[in-house]
Design a protein around this ligand. Structure first.
Ligand code: ATP
Ligand code: MG
Length: 561
């Protein structure tokens, strides 16, 4: 066993990890260095989580390290807000880059020198064609491109023009620096790709120092090399860029030789994972912000109450493959539910309250009952809940004329109130408009704790809260942001689900929910998992439903499984 192998800690099994294992075993690599390279032009989404878990995950498993590197080469789209959000979200997801925080912009001077190196070697030239001309001469998948009339410029002229580009002598778009590779290549990325463009813009980190900026392709591989990245993991759309990545490695005097590997990006049903679309959702006011709980951003998922551990578990479950696929949203919810089922304490909350009066319960009296915080985890302890003459139950739990399979409350019917007593509905009180406003019930004092000494059974157990101390709360329920499993990323507005958020203004929750640790996830019995929203104030509680108790996606998508 080699030294490298002994440091391997329960690494998973997928083609990336297999490659790394083989590289270490053969001695081709002594260590594993990866990087997560976001462009700070938006918030991170769950697709990025896959990349983060993979990059930081393999580094940790194989005893290497992972850098956080901002791919900040496009100053017009980048912003400090995004930089802050990215760091917050990567940390929240459970990963730490330590001191290894880098920026492509840290390397601008070095990248510039390497561009001159290519010019001197006759492998790059300044092209004066317009954007439109560049596009028109690129060719197509079946036709070769056309060589630029500037392609044979001499080294001295190219150097002079490139230096003047840097000095700010030319306006945006007047000239570009291109690699001189092959306009006839079958791979469009090798048809003299643009390495530098003129952009008079303020950069968040370098300010006005630069008015030329490297392209993604020119910056990325070279940054990898500078940082000693061994395995540069990116998504499949970069597969066709790899020949260019390698061409640059071969033609520049670089300090190390990274290798690029591509894996399939995460796609999720009912979701669009594209920063462009997410930006438009925010700017267009279709959602309340980047952290709207309906957003697939890490900030949105966090606000919705999704634990970071559930996301890590989900990413592990879906694995890393080389073929694109779409993952069912139900898979993500499965991981969330599984996690919250273990960790969330149980509480009672009535979303749509219907008042009931227990006629044989003495007026002005009340009593405390004991309720489990977690029925499967005795260590979670119990709490006291108050029972009294006036209570609220869920409006949906009553029907005046119940169909055959409705076993809950109905006139004359006896049911159990969780942790309390059996009650029987005696009378239905209605408003002048015919709406049920109140139920008059009786309770059986002998059934305290929820069991009848004579062994008689009831067919339903309802959650409830006491009118005397229940706390009003706003509850927000979420449904898919898009109404189609495969929303169109182009014209996404047409596919938005108009009913993606339901706000219940007047729910009633048990008082423990007003004092509990605000960050803890809770299960509202029979309703799902909830968390307190930061919109809550001392006078008004707001809860988000993270996920319901059962998988409803099979129904939503119209498929049975
Ligand atoms: P988007 O496509 O959402 O606009 P991007 O790829 O432009 O995102 P970057 O900030 O460049 O966003 O991404 C940083 C890293 O995350 C890249 O290595 C990218 O390949 C990876 N990544 C982005 N989206 C996904 C996804 N859906 N699944 C897996 N990895 C992804
Ligand atoms: Mg990108």
């Amino acid at each position: 066993m080699t030294a490298a192998e002994t440091t391997v800690r329960d690494a998973g099994q997928d083609f990336i990890r297999d490659i790394i294992r083989a590289d270490l075993a053969s001695g081709r690599r002594k260590t594993v260095v990866t990087r997560f390279p976001p462009e700070p032009n938006g918030y991170l989404h769950i697709g990025h989580a896959k990349s983060i878990c993979l990059n930081f995950g393999v580094a940790e498993e194989f005893g290497g390290h992972c850098n956080l590197r901002y791919d900040d080469t496009n100053p017009t789209k980048e912003d400090q807000e995004y930089i802050d959000a990215i760091e917050r979200d990567v940390r929240w997801l459970g990963f730490d880059w330590g001191e290894r925080l880098y920026h492509a912009s840290d390397y601008f001077e070095q990248l510039y020198d390497w561009a001159e190196h290519l010019i001197r070697a006759g492998k790059a030239y300044v092209d004066d064609q317009t954007q439109d001309e560049l596009r028109a001469t690129r060719g197509t998948l079946t036709e070769a491109g056309t060589e630029s009339p500037y392609r044979e410029r001499g080294v001295e002229e190219n150097l002079d023009l490139f230096r003047r580009m840097r000095a700010g002598e030319f306006p945006n778009g007047a000239r570009v620096l291109r690699a001189r590779i092959n306009m006839g290549s079958g791979n469009i990325n090798l048809r003299d790709p643009v390495l530098y463009r003129i952009l008079h813009a303020e950069h968040p980190r370098t300010g006005r120092t630069w008015c030329i900026y490297p392209s993604y392709d020119f910056a990325h591989g070279q940054s990898d090399s500078i940082e000693g990245i061994t395995h540069s993991l990116c998504t499949l759309e970069f597969e066709d860029h790899r020949p260019l990545y390698d061409w640059l490695l071969e033609n520049l005097p670089l300090p190390s030789r990274p290798h690029q590997y591509e894996f399939a990006r995460l796609n999720l049903t009912y979701t669009v994972l594209s920063k462009r679309v997410l930006t438009e959702l925010v700017r267009g006011g279709h959602v309340s912000g980047w952290d709207d709980p309906r957003m697939p951003t890490l900030a949105g998922l966090r606000r919705r109450g999704v634990p970071a551990a559930a996301i890590r578990d989900f990413v592990k479950r879906i694995g890393v493959a080389k073929a694109n696929s779409v993952v069912d949203m139900a898979m993500l919810e499965f991981s969330i539910r599984e996690h919250l089922n273990k960790t969330a304490q149980r509480r009672m909350a009535v979303l749509r309250p219907l008042k009931i009066v227990i006629e044989n319960y003495p007026e002005g009296r009340s009593e405390e009952l004991e309720a489990f915080n977690h029925p499967e985890d005795p260590a979670a302890g119990t709490r006291r809940i108050r029972f009294g003459r006036e209570l609220f139950v869920e409006r949906d739990d009553f029907m005046e004329n119940p169909p055959k399979k409705f076993f809950r409350l109905a006139p004359g019917r006896e049911v159990r109130l969780r942790y309390a007593f059996f009650i029987t509905c005696r009378e239905v009180v209605k408003s002048a408009a015919g709406e049920v406003t109140e139920l008059r019930c009786t309770y059986d004092p002998a059934t305290k704790g929820g069991n009848a000494p004579d062994g008689r059974k009831v067919q339903a157990t309802l959650h409830w809260v006491a009118a005397a101390d229940a706390v009003p709360a706003e509850v927000r329920l979420y449904y898919p942001l898009f109404s189609r499993p495969d929303p169109n990323a182009g014209d996404f507005a047409a596919d938005l689900n108009p009913g993606s958020r339901e706000i219940i203004a007047e729910a009633r929750v048990e008082p423990a929910l007003a004092v509990d640790n605000a960050d803890d996830a809770v299960q509202f019995e029979r309703q799902g998992y909830f968390c307190r929203d930061p919109d809550s104030t001392p006078n008004r509680l707001v809860f988000n439903r993270t996920v319901g108790l059962r998988d409803t996606w099979a129904k939503v998508s119209g498929g049975g499984s």
